[in-house]
Design a protein around this ligand. Structure first.
Ligand SMILES: Nc1ncnc2c1ncn2[C@@H]1O[C@H](COP(=O)(O)OP(=O)(O)OP(=O)(O)O)[C@@H](O)[C@H]1O
Length: 235
């Protein structure tokens, strides 16, 4: 089993610390969900773990960083490529042939088979988000960072895409930023809430992932998480 990814330190934006020094530990092979107020610094943490620049400065370090696949909030699709070409972009950028059997199976599962030859401008927001998800699932990386990956999807599709991601990312170390307590309670082995006061953990249900959306244990976790989020820094 590989080592955990550990981010420790704090972020300074425009001369102000977003939060006190934190220690975020991603257990190998597990899903970690990160929730918190808008603007508190969640996407910035993903960028730091991915080794990307941030707008401010970071006083700290990221240990045991691994090859990473990042699905950012912005789908970042290339307008001149088709859905199929966008989903296969990672392999193409690395100069490899994509696994087209896997690609077409993922596009099918993501409900995109009928749109495979379309350009991004011809898609809805939710369809574009699913292309970005398909592209991320095509990457064969041990560490996967997902920034609100299902936020543009309707309830049914959201559950289906959660199931698909849980299945295809099994065994990977995943950090998912989300504003949806139900999503975190359904998918995560570990849940953290980030506020201006720092990072705190919320207990997760002892049930296999993905969890049934209406299971009482999941609803209990969801309720505890909502209370924590509503309390904010007062928690
Ligand atoms: N490039 C940048 N330059 C200056 N400030 C930035 C930059 N990027 C982000 N910030 C600021 O840093 C803070 C954290 O931003 P970040 O995107 O990490 O928040 P977030 O928790 O992911 O928010 P949301 O839930 O709204 O996506 C915000 O106050 C934002 O305005």
């Amino acid at each position: 089993m590989s080592a955990p990814v550990i981010l420790s330190g704090q972020v300074i934006m425009s001369g102000r610390a977003l939060f006190p020094p934190i220690r975020l530990r991603l257990e190998p092979g597990q899903w970690t969900a990160l929730l918190g107020d808008s603007g508190v610094g969640k996407s910035t943490l993903l960028r730091l773990i991915a080794g990307l620049p941030i707008g401010g400065s970071f006083k700290g370090r990221v240990q045991f960083r691994q090859p990473v696949a990042l699905m950012a909030q912005d789908p970042g699709l290339l307008g001149w490529l088709t859905v199929r070409q966008n989903a296969a972009l990672g392999a193409r950028l690395r100069g490899h042939a994509a696994d087209f059997t896997r690609l077409d199976a993922i596009l099918d599962r993501a409900g995109l088979a009928a749109h495979a030859a379309k350009r991004p401008a011809e898609l809805s927001g939710g369809q574009r988000q699913r292309v970005a998800l398909a592209r991320t699932l095509m990457e064969d990386r041990p560490l996967v960072l997902l920034d609100e990956p299902f936020s543009a999807l309707d309830v049914r599709l959201r559950l289906e895409m959660q199931d698909l991601a849980a299945e295809l990312l099994r065994g990977r170390t995943v950090l998912m930023v989300t504003h949806d307590p139900a999503e975190a309670a359904r998918l995560a082995d570990r849940i953290h809430v980030l506020t201006e006061a720092g990072l705190s953990a919320v207990e997760t249900p002892a049930l296999p992932i993905p969890r049934a959306p209406s299971h009482p244990e999941l609803l209990r976790c969801q309720g505890a998480l909502m209370s924590r989020l509503i309390a904010g820094t007062a928690a």
